[in-house]
Design a protein around this ligand. Structure first.
Ligand code: PHE
Length: 472
C-alpha cells in the first residue's frame, strides 16, 4: 500500500477533492445552465440536489475508496463483488470521456488567457474562428494535457496535493476580487436578481434533469473520482465532515461564480436579462463570447488585468479537475496492471488526448464532428457538435454510475458495512442524526430518484421521448 502514496493530511485531501470538484463545471457550465434553466429556480433545484442527493453519494464513494485503498474497479473486487466492478469500469470510461473533451475546453480557457494578456479583446467576436483554428486549439490542448500529466506523474502528495494547495487558495482570492469588481458595474443588480429571484413556472423535466446533471458533474460524482481520491485518505479522517467541506466549497464557488458572471452579462446587455434565456444565447460560448467584450468595455490596462485574471482563474480551476480525471484511469492501470506510475500517466494521457481529437475538430474545423448529433440523428435537445454530445453522454452516465454506487453500498455491500467504515474517524456516528439521514438517503431516496431521473433524462436527451409529458 505504501507504494500507492496518499494525502499527507485531511486538509490536503479536502483541497485536492475540492480542486477536483471546482472546475469548468462551476465557472463555465454553471452560468449557462442557469441561463438555459431560467435563472434562480434552477439554482434552487441545484442546491437541493447537491445537499440531499449528492452529499450521500460523495460520502459513499469516499468510504468505498478508503475501505479498499484501491481504484474504482479494484475496489468492487476487493469488497468481494467482482460482478459489480462493471460500475467501476463504467466510471473509468466516463472519466476518460470527460477528460477527452474537458481538456479541449480547458485549452480554450488557457488560450483566452494568452489572448487577454495581449489585450486582444475582440477574441470574443472571433470565438468561432478561434475554436475552429485547429493549430491553436490543438496546441493549447497539448499544453494543458501535458501540464495535467506532469502534475499527476509527481504522485499524490507531491503532485496532486501540492498543486491543489497552491491553486485553490489563489483561485479563491481571484474569484472574490472579481466578484467585488463585478458588483460595482452598471446594471449589476439586474444580473443578480435574474440569478437569485426564482420563477417557478420555468421548471420542467429539462430543468430538473439539467440541475441534477450539473450537481453530479460539478461535485465530480458518479465515476469513482472520489473512490480514487478516497483510497488515499487516512483511516482516522472524518469522511462526513470532509465531504461536507468539499460540497460546501464546490457549491460556494459555483454560487460565487454566478455572482461574478451575471453582473458581467447584465452590464454587457444593458440590463436586458431576458436575452440570456433565449435560444442561441449562452450555451458553451457564454463566457467565451460575452466576457471579452465586458473586459473591452472596462478598457485599458484594467480591462486587460481583469480579463487575464478571469481566464487564468478558469484555467487553474480546470487544471485541478483534469488532474483528478487523469488520476482515475491512472490508478486503475497502476493497481490492476502493475504498470509504474510514470509510465501509466504518459500512456493514459496520450490515449485520452487522441480520443479528444474529434472534440477538437468539432469547433467548426470538421463538418462531420461539428454537426455530429444532427448527422447521427440524436434529438436536437443536445447541441449538434461532438464535444457537446460527449459532454451530455458523460453527464447521464454519471447519474447512472451514482445510482449504481449508492444502490451497491446500501443493498449489496450492505449499509452496516458502509457505516462501519464511516464511523472510523467519526466518534459518535452510530448515534448521530447523520446516520439516520444517510440511512434514508443511501438506501431509499438517492437510488430511487437517481434511477427515475436517469431514465427520464436519457429518453429525453438521447431518444427524443419526453416521458414526463406523456404521463401528465
Ligand atoms: N467537477 C469538475 C468540474 O466541475 C468536473 C469533473 C467531473 C471532474 C467528474 C472529475 C470528475 O469542472
Amino acid at each position: 500500500m505504501a507504494s500507492r502514496g496518499g494525502f499527507s493530511n485531511k486538509l490536503g485531501f479536502i483541497l485536492a477533492a475540492a480542486g477536483s470538484a471546482v472546475g469548468l463545471g462551476n465557472i463555465w457550465k454553471f452560468p449557462f445552465e442557469v441561463g438555459n434553466g431560467g435563472g434562480a429556480a434552477f439554482v434552487l433545484l441545484y442546491l437541493s440536489f447537491c445537499f440531499i442527493l449528492c452529499f450521500p453519494v460523495m460520502i459513499t464513494e469516499i468510504a468505498i475508496g478508503r475501505k479498499t485503498s484501491l481504484n474504482p474497479v479494484g475496489a468492487f473486487n476487493a469488497l468481494g463483488f467482482k460482478n459489480w466492478n462493471i460500475v467501476g469500469k463504467l466510471g473509468i470510461l466516463c472519466g476518460v470521456l470527460i477528460l477527452s473533451f474537458y481538456n479541449v475546453v480547458a485549452g480554450w480557457a488557457f488560450g483566452y488567457f494568452v489572448e487577454m494578456v495581449q489585450g486582444h479583446f475582440d477574441i470574443g467576436q472571433k470565438f468561432g474562428g478561434f475554436i475552429s483554428n485547429i493549430v491553436k486549439v490543438g496546441g493549447y490542448a497539448v499544453i494543458f494535457m501535458f501540464s495535467t500529466a506532469f502534475i499527476v506523474s509527481k504522485g499524490v502528495s507531491g503532485g496532486i496535493e501540492k498543486a491543489a494547495k497552491i491553486l485553490m487558495p489563489t483561485l479563491i482570492i481571484m474569484i472574490l476580487g472579481l466578484v467585488a469588481y463585478a458588483m460595482t458595474l452598471p446594471n449589476a443588480t439586474k444580473g443578480i436578481s435574474f440569478y437569485l429571484v426564482p420563477d417557478f413556472s420555468e421548471i420542467n423535466i429539462n430543468v430538473i434533469g439539467g440541475a441534477l446533471r450539473q450537481a453530479f458533474f460539478s461535485l465530480s460524482l458518479g465515476m469513482g473520482a472520489l473512490i480514487t481520491y478516497g483510497s488515499y485518505v487516512g483511516k482516522d479522517d472524518n469522511i462526513v465532515s470532509s465531504a461536507a467541506y468539499i460540497t460546501l466549497m464546490d457549491v460556494g464557488i459555483a454560487f460565487i461564480a454566478g455572482l461574478m458572471i451575471f453582473p458581467f452579462v447584465a452590464f454587457n446587455l444593458g440590463g436586458d436579462m431576458q436575452q440570456v434565456t433565449e435560444p442561441g444565447f449562452g450555451g458553451p460560448g457564454l463566457i467565451f463570447v460575452t466576457l471579452p467584450s465586458v473586459f473591452e468595455n472596462i478598457g485599458g490596462a484594467l480591462g486587460i488585468i481583469i480579463g487575464s485574471l478571469f481566464f487564468l482563474l478558469l484555467s487553474f480551476a480546470a487544471l485541478t479537475s483534469t488532474v483528478s480525471l487523469l488520476e482515475v484511469p491512472v490508478a486503475y492501470v497502476v493497481d490492476e496492471h502493475k504498470v509504474n506510475r510514470n509510465k501509466a500517466v504518459w500512456l493514459v494521457a496520450g490515449i485520452i488526448f487522441i480520443l479528444g481529437i474529434p472534440s477538437l475538430l468539432s469547433g467548426g474545423y470538421s463538418e462531420f464532428f461539428s454537426n455530429f448529433s444532427r448527422i447521427i440523428g440524436v434529438p436536437e435537445v443536445i447541441d449538434g457538435d461532438f464535444l457537446s454530445f460527449v459532454a451530455a453522454l458523460a453527464d447521464v452516465l454519471l447519474l447512472l454510475g451514482g445510482c449504481l454506487i449508492v444502490f451497491f453500498a446500501g443493498h449489496v455491500w450492505k449499509k452496516h458495512n458502509l457505516d462501519a467504515e464511516i464511523s472510523q474517524g467519526f466518534e459518535g456516528y452510530e448515534k448521530s442524526f447523520v446516520k439516520k439521514f444517510l440511512n434514508f438517503t443511501i438506501t431509499i431516496l438517492s437510488p430511487i430518484i437517481l434511477a427515475i431521473l436517469f431514465i427520464l433524462v436519457f429518453f429525453n436527451n438521447f431518444i427524443g421521448i419526453d416521458i414526463m409529458s406523456m404521463i401528465s
